[in-house]
Write a protein that binds this ligand. Sequence first.
Ligand code: HEC
Length: 191
Amino acid sequence: MHRLAVLAVAAAIAAAGQTLPATAEMGQTMGATFNGAGETTIPENFRQWVFVGAPLTPLGLNAGKAGFPEFHHVYVEPKAFETYRKTGRFPEGTTIVKELVLLHPGDYPDGSRDEASGRGFFAKSFNGIDMMVKDSARFADTNGWGFFNFGHHAPPYAAKAAAGPADACASCHTANATKDMVFTKFYPILN
Ligand code: HEC
């Protein structure tokens, strides 16, 4: 189908208040797409999506053993964000990217440093990507969301990834997340 036709269909479905499946036919309209092997890629331009927040679990506050010592920059695909804001629900196809961003080296044992604005933690460079995609049918075994890891290192990131097993990601989100597998409580704009 032509891209404009796809968009028109998507708009018509959205107008009818229905949800959209995250399938390849949809192109980039809702973020992630999948190949026949169930693998997906990092969505293009995700850094221009809606930036909802940046949790931080620095080494200095975790006895030097934080699993993710970087800022966690979280982006939600704009159409899904819009639907969530209107309905309070994440539509099918919702894609959320979390990019890890290393800190500038610290001046103090807690990893903080002095800058013109004060003592604190400051983002320096990209260092990894995790992603969640809502597709209730495809990911029925992990509460309707697929979890993907594209590497925990500086870019270039992995070109594609398959959904991880439940115990790697989904189980912790199932046990602890605030709303439909997402930690909405850490993103004021989603509350
Ligand atoms: C031990 C618990 C735990 C595990 C395991 C885990 N996460 Fe999370 N995840 C969190 C918490 C807590 C947050 C929000 C706070 C933060 O980022 O520190 C989060 C946030 C996220 C977000 C941003 C959206 C949101 O729900 O806040 C994505 C995307 C994400 N995780 C993907 C993954 C992927 C992919 C894996 C597996 C490779 C994974 N997570 C494993 C606890 C976990």
